[in-house]
Design a protein around this ligand. Structure first.
Ligand SMILES: *Cc1c(COP(=O)(O)O)cnc(C)c1O
Length: 469
């Protein structure tokens, strides 16, 4: 029987002779068509050989048109892949792999306009001549942070590199050992420093550093003291670190500036909302930091960007460096960032309208409602344990590493074998769903699932549940 089925599988040439195949080849190319067809035939062969009852192949499944339908579906799905939207049920609000912050509606509108219309990107309406790309955003950043000047580049990694290269190339930078951060494998502070042509002077031990450690290595060739916010970790226990004010005072006394990579960078303190205190941009500037860099798409809740604020004399030096042109931001980003920052003039508005802030500060009842809505829409097959559970969401993006955010989630229990299969199927839907796996449970954290995604999510789960059970 197996043998008979195997022999009934049509040959590649039989497929190629059909008009259906020719249509697919025209649309997707011969190479892609053959690649997907071979994969499909292989799958059929494996199913026949495996004798698996669930995937049983009948003679009728081996008709050319039926197989080509399946090939067409795969080709369609493959062609649409690339950057597509997903449902984030991971509970990580600023998820770097899923695109970090979502923009406020008004920022999206500005970005769309900038994308589709001519604009004042580098045009001065008063003089009718060439204008400066960063004029307005500089004003807004000065207003919001109290800095003397500001400029923006592609991302915070670029901002750090540009600061180091444009001002301190060939100079020694003093940094505490406990601040030698790695943010993801591609950004390690010491590598960034070396690549920017500055000489690293590490001081202190991992858990302890004193002012005298900094002072003891200052030489003629010292360019600055550098501080890096330990975004994604905390050193706790037997520790000693030096207050920013003290470092600044000592550095300035020695004629040195202090620069800081703040990482996530918040404009307002969120400790009123139950989060641990994090230094705000303003506080760091008030403490005397001379140059400060932070990301646009982490806690700020805007588009990908690296924001540099600080003393005019340094910012103007940065702006005139040739790398500035290589790292400049595009008009779509600029429009979205200007609008995101504008919302911060009224912090209540910012919290309401910027999704990242909104999710962090949202009342728990709302999350619970979303969980209940999802639960009510799900089929409940026998042998599958589905329940609403309390969950801990995360801010992510290397911010508030020790803080959990109360949340609710939907949990579905599985056998070990089925869970990865289920998660795989969820990830390969037209709108993929990204959930967490904890032990043998699939956890859908509702913190990061929007209200208008619940029905889609329920349909997705239901469709796969009925396939699996
Ligand atoms: C995230 C982060 C960076 C990198 O910022 P990008 O905007 O992703 O380039 C650099 N330094 C610190 C401390 C960070 O947290």
């Amino acid at each position: 029987m197996q043998k008979e089925l195997l022999l009934s599988i049509p040959a590649i040439n039989d497929f190629l002779e059909t008009e259906y195949s020719q249509i697919l080849i025209k649309k997707f190319s011969r190479t892609k068509f053959l690649e997907v067809l071979r994969k499909e035939l292989n799958k059929i062969r494996c199913s026949i050989l495996s004798d698996n009852k669930e995937m049983k192949i009948e003679k009728a499944d081996l008709e050319i048109n039926i197989i080509l339908d399946s090939v067409a579906r795969s080709l369609d799905i493959e062609a649409k892949k690339g950057l597509i939207k997903v449902i984030n049920a991971s509970g990580v609000i600023i998820h770097t792999n899923l695109g970090r912050s979502l923009l406020a509606k008004s920022a999206i509108k500005k970005a769309v306009t900038a994308a589709g219309e001519y604009s004042t990107l580098e045009f001065n309406l008063d003089t009718g001549e060439r204008g400066y790309r960063y004029k307005k955003i500089k004003e807004i950043l000065k207003d919001l942070t109290g800095s003397e000047s500001a400029v923006v580049v592609n991302n915070n990694a670029a901002a750090v590199m540009l600061v180091l290269k444009s001002i301190f190339e060939g100079k020694e930078l003093i940094i505490a050992r406990g601040e030698m951060v790695e943010i993801g494998a591609s950004f390690r502070i010491h590598e960034v420093m070396e690549n920017s042509g500055v000489i690293l002077k590490e001081v202190g031990a991992t858990n302890k550093v004193y002012l005298k450690d900094y002072l003891s290595v200052i030489s003629e060739n010292t360019g600055a003291i550098m501080k890096v916010h330990s975004s994604n970790y905390r050193i706790k226990g037997f520790t000693h670190f030096v207050k920013t004010e003290k470092i600044v005072e000592a550095a300035h006394r020695n004629g040195l500036p202090v620069i800081k990579d703040l990482g996530s960078g918040i404009l307002y303190d969120l400790s009123n909302y139950g989060l641990s205190p994090e230094p705000t941009v303003k506080e760091d500037l008030e403490a005397g930091i001379d140059i400060l860099t932070f990301s646009g798409d982490k806690l700020l809740g805007g588009p990908q960007a690296g924001i540099i604020v600080g003393k005019e004399k340094y910012i103007s030096q940065i702006e005139s460096h040739p790398l500035m042109r290589a790292l400049r931001i595009d008009k779509i980003t600029l429009a979205a960032l200007e609008e995101t920052l504008r919302l911060y003039y009224d912090f209540d508005q910012a919290v309401k309208q910027i999704p990242t802030l909104n999710l962090i500060t949202e009342k728990i009842d709302k999350v619970k409602n979303r969980a209940q809505k999802l639960y009510s829409l799900l089929k409940r097959p026998v042998n599958t344990a589905i329940e609403i559970i309390e969950s801990k969401a995360k801010v992510g993006g290397g911010a508030y590493p020790l803080d959990d955010i109360d949340s609710f989630a939907l949990s579905i229990g599985f056998s070990k074998k089925n869970i990865n299969d289920f998660a795989y199927k969820l990830r390969n839907l037209e709108t993929p769903v990204i959930a967490r796996i904890e032990k043998n449970k699939l956890i859908f954290d509702l913190k990061t699932v929007k209200k208008d995604q619940i029905i889609t999510l329920a349909n997705a789960i239901n469709s796969i549940l009925s396939e699996v059970s």
